[in-house]
Design a protein around this ligand. Structure first.
Ligand code: SAH
Length: 219
């Protein structure tokens, strides 16, 4: 990936990009500012890089996808990240979502089952000077018991139910946003809030994500 490959996040493109986000309901100023600071073109490779500023998902390595920017914005907004938060993201993919979280939180842990993807994402974070992100290769459905509990958890692959270990690693008062449903049908984005005595569930919107798959991948 070189800067030449991407179209470049110039001011005009940035304005158009932010306009599209607002149109789709991304209104939170801090989220919009974070998304203005992260060049999506730096997370998309090859000939798709030219389409990085359009509101659509795009293919990345290992048969995975970088999510649609407006969905990234709406999920981040629903997560309501606070500056002192420690956030866990399950499904690093390109690293784009984690880069946005890194501007909003104190510390971000992001995990993917593909070493290929975590390696590339780590290079992109270093290039961009994002030093508060820790990238790990493992099955994210078990979370990170040693680093938790977390203030916020964002799952960017669809589970049939919110994984139990992730529920347990959510702090009291914490929020988890997770797409729930079968991989090949429409899924629902769910916001889980943990209270002293249990969990609240809010259904936010229909979404479509790649499935959360057990175990680590070969690449
Ligand atoms: N957040 C990403 C997009 C995620 S695509 C971005 O900003 O680009 C979903 C990702 O979830 C894929 O990279 C896939 O490898 C990963 N994934 C699927 N099942 C997983 C699991 N059990 N543990 C960790 N990652 C998983």
């Amino acid at each position: 990936m070189t800067d030449r490959e991407g179209a470049g996040f110039d001011p005009e493109r940035k304005m158009q990009f932010l306009y599209q986000l607002r149109q789709k309901g991304v209104m939170d100023k801090r989220v919009l500012t974070a998304m203005e600071r992260v060049d999506r073109g730096a997370f998309v490779r090859g000939h798709f890089a030219a389409r990085a500023y359009e509101d659509m998902p795009l293919p990345i390595s290992s048969g995975q996808t970088i999510s649609q920017p407006s969905v990234v914005g709406l999920m981040t907004q629903a997560l309501n990240v606070q500056p002192r938060d420690t956030v866990l993201e399950v499904g690093t993919g390109s690293g784009y979502q984690a880069a946005i979280l890194s501007h909003l939180a104190r510390r971000v842990y992001t995990i993917d089952r593909h070493r290929n993807l975590t390696r590339e994402a780590e290079i992109a974070f270093t290039k961009q000077g994002l030093v508060n992100i820790t990238v790990l290769t493992r099955d994210g459905s078990f979370g990170l018991p040693d680093q938790g509990p977390f203030d916020r958890i964002l799952v960017t692959a669809a589970a049939e139910d919110p994984p139990g270990p992730l529920m347990q690693q959510l702090k009291i008062g914490g929020i988890m946003v997770v797409p729930v449903g079968q991989s090949d049908t429409v899924q629902s984005l769910i916001k889980v809030t943990r209270h002293d005595t249990g969990y609240d569930y809010d259904e936010l919107m229909p979404v479509r994500f790649v499935p959360l798959i057990e175990g680590t991948a070969r690449d």
